[in-house]
Ligand binder design. Structure first.
Ligand code: ZN
Length: 261
């Protein structure tokens, strides 16, 4: 008990260190220790360990899946996920959640979209080459989630935008509400076509025929196999990272139903 009093209660990393994977992981490790969450290495990739966090046993049907850093040049997502988990630790301690803080450690260190072999880890979920993706796909047989979220960033975006898988077929305004929460910090990208797909007020609901030919993205795999509902959102990576982190946090709060009580 006395020891706890001297423990740190705030875990974050300086913005200038956003590609420092070692620091990111040491902050997650300390946060998990203080909160009593399970922190474990689950795979090695490009000579670096990859970790998972279980905030609580995820056997319940209402578990969440959160991931960031599958593209190493999108550091805002990993930074925001740590910051959000730190802010919302009491919420997370009650809410079963599986977190992958950074799926492409080598890419984060090198500011590279792809891994060391030059492969895009978000285009191989049907035939994974990376040991990280292989492991997640393998374990998906036993796991089910009510909601999955992948944090991304886009270097030529004008603002925030979001992908919702149309096969989930939810008839609510959740996607609009998530963007509304984020636009307090960053305006919505209003382009009619983004990344070659039709977009409406920053929302893209890609049809099966418009999926990338190179291979299956994480979100599509999750939606088809283990998640009831999936969102992927993007912040403009050319913008100040402090603002991008704020936008990611606001959207996570909205998506996960966190309410300040
Ligand atoms: Zn990305």
């Amino acid at each position: 008990m006395i020891k706890k009093l001297f423990m740190k209660d705030h875990f974050t990393i300086p913005y200038g260190e956003s590609h420092n994977y070692k620091l990111l992981i040491s902050q997650w490790r300390d946060l998990c220790k203080v909160q009593g969450w399970k922190f474990k290495k689950f795979a090695m990739a490009d000579g670096l360990p990859c970790y998972q966090v279980f905030s609580k046993g995820i056997k319940s049907a209402n578990a969440f899946y959160l991931s960031a850093g599958i593209h190493g040049d999108e550091a805002g997502g990993s930074l925001a996920l740590l910051s959000w988990a730190n802010k919302r630790s009491s919420f997370l301690s009650k809410q079963p959640t599986l977190i992958y803080p950074c799926l492409n450690p080598w890419g984060l260190c090198q500011n590279s979209r792809s891994d060391r072999s030059g492969d895009d880890l978000n285009r191989q979920w049907n035939q994974p080459k990376s040991p990280v993706i292989q492991e997640i796909v393998k374990r998906s047989r036993e796991m089910r989630f009510s909601l999955a979220i992948n944090l991304h960033e886009d270097f030529d975006a004008n603002g925030i935008y979001l992908y919702e898988n149309p096969t989930a077929n939810f008839k609510d305004n959740k996607a609009t509400e998530i963007l509304r929460a984020g636009k307090v910090h960053i305006p919505i990208d209003k382009r009619k076509k983004i990344e070659g797909r039709w977009s409406r007020n920053g929302i893209i609901r890609p049809s099966k025929s418009s999926l990338p030919k190179e291979g299956l993205p994480e979100a599509v795999f999750l939606q088809e196999n283990i998640a009831e509902r999936t969102f992927v959102w993007e912040t403009p990576s050319e913008m100040d990272i402090r603002i991008r982190v704020k936008a990611h946090i606001a959207m996570l709060d909205e998506a996960l139903g966190y309410t300040i009580s």
